[in-house]
Structure formats: C-alpha cells, structure tokens
Design a protein around this ligand. Structure first.
Ligand SMILES: [Zn+2]
Ligand SMILES: [Zn+2]
Length: 144
C-alpha cells in the first residue's frame, strides 16, 4: 500500500466513525502517514503550525487520540517522556535511544512463535507482545 492508499483508507475508516473530516484532521493524518519519525503532538504542531495557524497542540492531541481509537495510530509510551505516535502499518519493533529518546523502526520476523510458545507453556490466552531495544542512536554515538 502506498501513502495515497493509506490516506484514502484511513479517511474512509474515520468517516465510518461519523467524525467530520476537517482540513486540519487531514493534515495531521497525512503527516502521520508520511513521517519516518515517531512524533509527539508538539513535534506535529511545530511542523504544521505555519500552514495551519489556527491549529493548537490540543487539537493535534485530540486528533491523535481519535486516530488511536479508530486503530490508525499507536500511542507509544516509553519511559516518562510525552507520548509519541506511530502510524500503524505492518508489524515492526522499536529501538530507542536512551540518550535523546529517538525511536527507529526495525523489522524482525518470527516472534509470533514466541507468543505461541508462551501461550502453550503457561496456558495463557496470548493477545500480543511488546519488545523494545535500547541503545545510543548514531547521532548520540558521535557526541560521546
Ligand atoms: Zn540519540
Ligand atoms: Zn514505529
């Protein structure tokens, strides 16, 4: 799926929930689809405020919550910094910089096996798993 298809599908999903599709809502959604980063509401505000002067951080946050409820984005809470958001595409994992908090995606197949194993040895009904790797990002490595 390319970015345009993701955008159209996401708009359709939002319409089904009965919310109004405002230009600001579209802009936040588009930003989330196109960014490689895992932005906070504040980051999105900084990126969009020149184009949408009436948009506030609260508006962006409300939109992100709405997208989250619709299943379009994931809220990431690592450590105690403010929430970061990630557009849900395929399953991927995160490596997090313990110095600056930057989050980078990486793909690794096969962890469904771990879920199956965990379920069968404990007799739990497994719903999901969470894996985070921590370290220093390339930029922070340069500084030490
Ligand atoms: Zn870093
Ligand atoms: Zn991610």
């Amino acid at each position: 799926m390319d970015a345009n298809e993701q955008f159209t599908d996401s708009i359709d999903a939002l319409k089904e929930t009965g919310v109004r599709i405002t230009p600001q809502r579209k802009a936040v959604l588009k930003y989330m689809i196109e960014t490689e980063e895992h932005p906070t509401a504040d980051d999105i505000f900084k990126a969009l405020s020149s184009e949408y002067p009436n948009m506030s951080v609260a508006t962006i946050y409300n939109n992100l919550k709405l997208f989250k409820d619709t299943g379009l984005v994931k809220e990431l809470t690592y450590g105690d910094s403010s929430s970061r958001f990630d557009f849900i595409t395929d399953t991927h994992y995160h490596i997090i910089c313990s110095n600056c908090g930057k989050i980078t995606d990486f793909h690794y197949p096969g962890l469904e096996e771990v879920e199956q194993l965990a379920g069968s040895v404990t007799e739990y009904d497994v719903s999901h798993h969470r894996l985070e790797i921590y370290g220093l990002c390339p930029e922070c490595r340069e500084q030490v």
